[in-house]
Design a protein around this ligand. Structure first.
Ligand SMILES: Nc1nc2c(c(=O)[nH]1)N[C@H]1C(S)=C(S)[C@@H](COP(=O)(O)OP(=O)(O)OC[C@H]3O[C@@H](n4cnc5c(=O)[nH]c(N)nc54)[C@H](O)[C@@H]3O)O[C@H]1N2
Ligand SMILES: Nc1nc2c(c(=O)[nH]1)N[C@H]1C(S)=C(S)[C@@H](COP(=O)(O)OP(=O)(O)OC[C@H]3O[C@@H](n4cnc5c(=O)[nH]c(N)nc54)[C@H](O)[C@@H]3O)O[C@H]1N2
Ligand code: SF4
Ligand SMILES: [Mo]
Length: 715
């Protein structure tokens, strides 16, 4: 067959880049950026080309496998696997209650259309309160703040990157990550354009990152202390410069007095010694922000997965609001996606603390409990103990704090099933693994990341290669599991119970059999927008729907019809900021994370093309700290926290704040039985063997992955 080039999409990160994929005999031979894509504009990163490797990888599972008595794996048919899984789930719930089945939902599930259309109903069918996901090791504070301030967990104002004059970034590295909770492909060029307009990029980060390197200004901040910095900036804006009422009169704000009180005493002089930033500089950072006509503050992992994650994310929203940059072109704006998850109520508003976790009494958010307590719920006996675990597109042994303890906990389960196409640190514990197809084999429309993108666009990407014989799409797996679960439950019920059980409604039964493409077509047809599936199929690069636009008053879903700029749940936590953040501790080292362009959380390490070359999993240390520890670059050392330890190789850099060390997460493939191991990665340490599951953002229960107290010593 002749090579054929078609349009595809990369779903590895939130940038959702458009691709030009060349296919020959159902083999991918070339991947490039799609220049006609109105959002990604031809941009791709090295991970997109590695989709070729993912597609061809012999280690990638294509059919289900079952663990054998001697710990090996054997193939099992889809029918048998599905029936067995449904029966085990049903039996666990019958014998031990609904909550005895736990679930961990990993990051790639958010990037899958099949999960959005069919996975959620499977989760609903489980009816368990023991739901966990990567959210609570990631963006939970952002969703909680959105829920409290705007009335919906996904009503999140997005930086208007293409029009702003001043971009103030806290704890994010979009040059590498390509933006998060801000879909911003081609970020580097978007910043080049900002600077051509005379705009400024200012970065606050304990490491001089790749983003800091292209910024106009970078400030080191002591990990975990941004709450003080942000409150000091708010203080300058509100109490020293005074709120410009003309700039905020377009906004329906409530709680302004609460903001004034919250930052009444948080002066730059107070924040200086805590954060390590000179009070004069703090005043200037705030002043520059106030003086820019169009400015926007933004913060990501560094200010989410830390001890004051929720306070930080709230303060960032408050800074944008009090300066009138909320709902302003060049400030932060709500998007207008063609399929609007918020306006069309396709996603819930979120709810907080409706129930609590059994062992540690931690609050749920949106139906999920903090993942830092997953191991506790498996290990602690009692009613509601997790006996059966489902993991779905995730690797929590590698990605959640206290990974070794969870690794051990998984051995305690009666049954475990994983939906994944790799045998990784986590899925190696499963009894059954159900592998879905990969992105190039399936249709895609991004319901989530169009909602969070810096420009309004819509794109439907049909599969570019045929799935292999016997493979199933994830939506088919969810459909079959949901149906099998219904059958397993019914056969065990008495006739009376069966008659009493409500018959599935015609619509929900039709929905489960419809393909994701049919459901997207339906959503397009029944929505307020003009586009149809036909239009999108005719424009495979995607349709441009224009820049972000103001319209907060109209779009706001908060029942009060106002933005609550001082939610009591958050301002009440400010006492803790004052009591806990008191200066620095001499000699203490704080661990932070880092991401690399050629690595994707805990996977894609099987791609030789991404993994080759220089090692990237060193522990970065400042020369002063190296000398203090008696170590030299290249030495092996023990990195230890209250919770655990691992062996690392240290590297020296001036690009990190003294007192701070940095280790990327997602490595640690040295656990036995992991099939995903490229030479050179075998000894790579897992950062989450050191992060501490007891350290949480007290408001939201989000994991603290940045600012973990550690020691480093020679082996
Ligand atoms: N220390 C530290 N820990 C962190 C972070 C950090 O910065 N520091 N970051 C956190 C963040 S932000 C996140 S999002 C998490 C990510 O951590 P996880 O939620 O565990 O997700 P991944 O590491 O991406 O694991 C992906 C797994 O999903 C599988 N997979 C890929 N695509 C599909 C698919 O389409 N279907 C299915 N069923 N499976 C698929 C892959 O094979 C892989 O095994 O890690 C968190 N952990
Ligand atoms: N190449 C690549 N891209 C990715 C991913 C990947 O694994 N690889 N993962 C994707 C995922 S799941 C996510 S969630 C996003 C994350 O996207 P980002 O948040 O943009 O990426 P991170 O590298 O986690 O950036 C966090 C930054 O916070 C800094 N930091 C640490 N502690 C603190 C602190 O206390 N205060 C401040 N101000 N800064 C601090 C770190 O030094 C780091 O530079 O990236 C996505 N994109
Ligand atoms: S930035 Fe890279 S990984 Fe992210 S969507 Fe684009 S090509 Fe894929
Ligand atoms: Mo993430």
């Amino acid at each position: 067959m002749l090579p054929l080039t078609t349009h595809g999409v990369c779903n590895l990160c939130e940038a959702i880049c458009g691709l030009q994929v060349t296919v020959e005999d159902n083999r991918v031979t070339d991947i490039r950026g799609d220049r006609d894509d109105p959002l990604s504009r031809g941009h791709i990163c090295p991970k997109a080309t590695a989709l070729t490797d993912l597609h061809a990888d012999p280690d990638r599972l294509r059919t289900p496998v079952r663990k054998t008595a001697d710990g090996g794996w054997e193939p099992i048919s889809w029918k048998d696997a599905t029936t067995l899984v449904a029966e085990r789930i049903s039996a666990t719930q019958r014998d031990h209650g609904r909550d005895a089945v736990g679930l961990y939902l990993g990051n790639p599930s958010v990037h899958s259309l099949g999960f959005a259309t069919h996975g959620l109903s499977f989760l609903g069918a489980l009816g368990s309160k023991n739901m966990f996901s990567a959210t609570s090791a990631d963006q939970l504070p952002i969703q909680l703040v959105a829920h409290l301030m705007y009335g919906h967990q996904l009503q999140i104002p997005i930086p208007d990157l293409d029009n702003t004059d001043h971009f103030l970034v806290f704890g994010a590295n979009p040059v590498v990550s390509n933006g998060s909770m801000m879909t911003a492909p081609d970020f580097r060029n978007r910043m080049r354009d900002l600077r051509r307009r005379g705009g400024r990029l200012v970065v606050i980060d304990p490491r001089r990152t790749e983003t800091a390197a292209i910024a106009d200004e970078h400030h080191f901040v002591r990990p975990g202390t941004d709450a003080a910095l942000l409150l000091a900036i708010l203080h300058v804006l509100v109490h020293e410069r005074g709120v410009d009422n003309a700039r905020i009169e377009h906004l329906p704000l409530s709680g302004m007095d609460g903001v004034r009180d919250a930052c009444a005493t948080t002066t730059p002089e107070w924040a200086g010694p805590i954060t390590g930033i000179d009070p004069g500089e703090i005043r200037r950072i705030a002043g520059d922000f106030a003086e820019a006509d169009r400015a926007v503050a933004y913060g990501r992992m560094g200010v989410s997965t830390q001890q004051f994650g929720t306070v930080c994310q709230w303060a960032i929203q408050a800074i944008n609001a009090v300066t009138g940059n909320l709902d302003r072109v060049g400030g932060s704006l709500l998007t207008d996606p063609e399929i609007d998850l918020v306006a069309r109520k396709l996603s819930g508003r979120g709810h907080f603390d409706k129930w609590r976790s059994r062992v540690r009494d931690l609050p749920e958010f949106g139906g999920e409990l903090p993942v830092a307590t997953l191991a506790d719920e498996i290990l602690t006996p009692g009613t509601g103990q997790i006996k059966t675990l489902i993991t779905l597109a995730g690797n929590p042994v590698s990605s959640t704090p206290g990974g070794s303890r969870l690794d051990h906990a998984l051995e305690n389960l009666d049954f475990m099933v994983s939906l994944d196409f790799y045998i990784n640190e986590t899925t190696r514990h499963a009894d059954i693994i159900l592998p879905p197809t990969m992105i190039l084999e399936r249709d895609h429309y991004d319901l989530v990341f169009h909602q969070l993108a810096v420009r309004n666009t819509a794109r439907f990407s049909p599969a570019v290669v045929k799935k292999s014989a016997g493979a199933k799409h994830d939506w088919e797996i969810f459909r079959d599991l949901t149906l099998a679960l219904g059958r397993a439950r019914t056969t065990k019920r008495s006739l009376r119970e069966r008659l009493r059980a409500a018959p599935a409604s015609a619509t929900s039964s039709a929905r489960i059999h419809a393909t994701p493409k049919m459901l997207i077509a339906l959503l397009l047809r029944t929505g307020p927008g003009d586009l149809t599936m036909r239009d999108l199929l005719r424009s495979p690069s995607g349709r441009d729907l224009g820049p972000l636009r103001p319209g907060l008053r109209r779009k706001l879903v908060a029942k009060s019809k106002t933005v609550n700029v001082a939610p009591s749940l958050i301002v009440d936590d400010l006492e803790r900021v004052h009591s806990d953040l008191v200066g620095t501790h001499d000699g203490e080292l704080l661990l932070i994370g880092r991401r690399h362009l050629r690595s994707n959380n805990s996977w894609m390490h099987n791609s030789e093309r991404l993994s080759k070359g220089q090692e990237r999993h060193h522990l970065l240390m400042h020369p002063k700290d190296l000398a203090h520890s008696g170590l030299c670059a290249g030495d092996k050392a023990v990195l230890r926290s209250r919770a655990g330890s691992t062996t690392v190789t240290v590297a020296e850099t001036e690009d990190i704040m003294p007192g701070v060390v940095s280790l990327p997460h997602g490595f640690g493939q040295n656990r036995s039985g992991v099939q995903l191991a490229v030479a050179g990665l075998i000894d790579a340490p897992s950062a989450n063997d050191v992060t501490d599951p007891q350290l949480l953002d007290a408001v939201s229960g989000n994991a603290v992955l940045n600012g973990v107290p550690v020691t480093v010593s020679a082996v």
